[in-house]
Design a protein around this ligand. Structure first.
Ligand SMILES: Cc1cc2nc3c(=O)[nH]c(=O)nc-3n(C[C@H](O)[C@H](O)[C@H](O)COP(=O)(O)O)c2cc1C
Length: 183
């Protein structure tokens, strides 16, 4: 960085200022997402957790990803099982999101569970389910990114549960037709 001729030099920036995790979370929290529950089963024990890091990666072949915080027990179970499902929650399923976001509880206690074709548990009445085999996984920063090869999909109409700025909310569409590429 150059200073004005003859004037005091401005401090040169040799590295970008460190981005604090709290700033990263707050800023990316402006990006509205849906809410999903990742579920799996290992040795007969059910595991599940709420996520909003679900992303479609590839259409052909069909691959999605989920990012797990280090220490998320469900991540260990997903890797051990080699299979998992994601259930996209409807606007009526906020209690399910709270349930699967709390630590140290039996997330499935009293919850009717359905099984997909690949013997993975799924959340009943969700807007969509994707049953996956673990395609690959990679540690990136403080998260584990798990890629899932989608083996079965199902979806139905309904309103989603949305998440913005650390709070649940509702999605309201603006009434136009879907884009033509969204067939
Ligand atoms: C809306 C919402 C989205 C979340 N998204 C994620 C996520 O994408 N990845 C993650 O690791 N934790 C996420 N969490 C936190 C986990 O749900 C929470 O830590 C959970 O208790 C982990 O469960 P487990 O350790 O039993 O697997 C989210 C929580 C909420 C409420």
């Amino acid at each position: 960085m150059s200073g004005r001729a003859g004037g005091p030099r401005e401090p040169s920036v040799t590295a970008p200022a460190a981005i604090a995790p709290v700033d990263m979370r707050r800023t990316m929290g402006r990006f509205t997402t849906g809410v999903a529950v990742v579920t799996t089963v290992t040795e007969g024990e059910l595991h599940g957790m709420t996520v909003n890091s679900l992303t479609s990666v590839s259409l052909d072949p069909p691959i999605l990803l989920v990012c797990f915080n280090h220490g998320a027990r469900t991540a260990d179970a997903v890797l051990a099982a080699g299979t998992f499902a994601v259930s996209v929650l409807s606007s009526r399923q906020e209690p399910i999101a709270w349930r699967f976001a709390s630590r140290g509880e039996d997330h499935f206690s009293g919850l009717p569970v359905e099984y997909g074709k690949h013997d993975v548990p799924v959340v009943p009445n969700a807007l969509a389910h994707a049953e996956c085999l673990v395609h690959s996984h990679q540690v990136v920063g403080d998260h584990l990114v798990v890629f899932g090869q989608v083996k079965r999909l199902c979806d139905r109409d309904g309103l989603p549960l949305a998440f913005l700025g650390g709070k649940f909310g509702d999605f309201r569409d603006r009434g136009h037709d879907p884009f033509e590429w969204f067939a």
